[in-house]
Design a protein. Structure first.
Length: 394
């Protein structure tokens, strides 16, 4: 049995989504900017996709911009808002555990004179709203805080953060909701954000398409030029099939969310319980304010990469953290920010469940994963105690 427990990295394309996309990959292939019947058919599909996504977000269709993915949505939000607000200030406030699509973008903006303030997080990976408020000043133009962390699953108190930001006129709030979107209801009015990023492949949609919610009245500068598409905010011939796929996937995701979340919480609880029975294993992230399907942990005296490789040989796919940093020799910046020393952070492991994860798969994982972790931990301890294998303690 091959078991996929890496849904935080990506999800399988849902059959209903593929069916919704196929007409726009075949007969309705026209350019949505063309005036003839082929273009009008494509435009109708694209307009409907805007409306369907907006409806689920409690937004207006004109407030949705389709992008090439969550990374581009984050880039457009951050660069667009930063350059639009440069005349009023240069200070941008964020957290130390953001996805690299946010963190690296802000590092880039720093080269152009923007001041980047990274807020610390607690042991659970949560930002303190009081510390965030204290970091705001008259030069602050943008705040970017993720809704849910992609490595440890912790949810941020965004509504409270939004209230603090709204109290200071002229500051734009961006929320990276890429990881949260499948499992957290997103009502942009309740959320209080001005910019919200989504990525279709996190909720069984196609890769290579995302969306950015831009609150009416929020000014951003387009980051690619060449056409008037997406109301002058994102030039380029629209990926109509991708937009239709995102809309279809998000509608299905929202409809299934209550039952999916309830089942994932139960499955996660079983898997985590089996892992915590292994000596040296500690769960990471907030125990309650978290995504329902992410099992994140550190296994002391182990190497997470080696554990993940061993599990792959056992037929279980998982990761040590963000898929965007796979292959990196550096420990997780998220765990480092949460206070874990390097030797512990190297034992990180992330198993992420999704809508298609079955109870049978979880039962198998409850047997295999703890056994592999315990075996590799004992092997590491033995080697450390007798590195030369001569029966002589180190």
């Amino acid at each position: 049995m091959s078991i996929y427990l890496d849904h935080a990295a990506t999800t399988p394309l849902r059959r209903e989504v593929l069916d919704a996309m196929l007409p726009f990959l075949t007969d309705a292939f026209g350019n949505a900017s063309s005036a003839h019947s082929f273009g009008r058919a494509a435009r109708a599909g694209l307009d409907e996709a805007h409306e369907r996504v907006a409806s689920r977000l409690n937004a207006g269709a004109r407030e949705i911009v389709f992008t090439s993915g969550g990374t581009e949505a984050n880039n457009l939000a951050l660069k667009g808002a930063a350059w639009a607000g440069k005349a009023h200030g240069h200070r941008i406030v964020t957290s130390a555990i953001e996805h690299h699509a946010v963190g690296h973008t802000l590092r880039y903006l720093e080269k152009f004179g923007f001041e980047i303030v990274e807020l610390p997080v607690d042991r659970y990976g949560r930002v303190d709203p009081d510390q965030l408020e204290a970091a705001l000043n008259d030069k602050t133009i943008l705040v970017s805080i993720m809704l849910a962390n992609n490595e440890v699953g912790t949810l941020q108190p965004i509504a409270e953060i939004a209230a603090r930001v709204r109290a200071r006129k002229g500051i734009v709030l961006h929320v990276d909701a890429v990881q949260a979107a499948p499992y957290v209801e997103l009502d942009v009015e309740a959320l209080g954000a001005d910019l919200v990023s989504l990525g279709a492949h996190k909720f069984e949609g196609p890769k290579g398409v995302g969306a950015l919610y831009v609150r009416h009245g929020t000014h951003i500068l387009a980051q690619q030029q060449g056409g008037t598409q997406e109301r002058h905010r994102r030039a380029g011939t629209e990926n109509v099939a991708g937009a239709v796929g995102l809309a279809a996937a998000y509608e299905l995701c929202c409809s299934d969310r209550p039952s999916t979340v309830a089942r994932l919480r139960e499955q996660r609880g079983k898997l985590l319980k089996s892992l915590l029975a292994v000596a040296g294993v500690e769960a990471t992230g907030h125990p309650n304010e978290r995504l329902p399907g992410i099992v994140s942990l550190v296994a002391r005296d182990t190497d997470g990469v080696s554990v993940a490789m061993s599990l792959d040989l056992e037929g279980i796919a998982c990761s040590v953290g963000s898929a965007c940093t796979t292959g990196s020799t550096e420990v997780s910046h998220v765990l480092t920010a949460m206070g874990y020393p390097e030797e512990e952070a190297r034992g990180a492991l992330r198993l992420s469940l999704g809508r298609t994860t079955t109870d049978e798969e979880v039962e198998v994982a409850c047997d295999v994963v703890p056994r592999v972790v315990a075996s590799m931990r004992l092997g590491t301890v033995a080697i450390t105690a007798d590195p030369l294998g001569q029966g002589v303690p180190a």
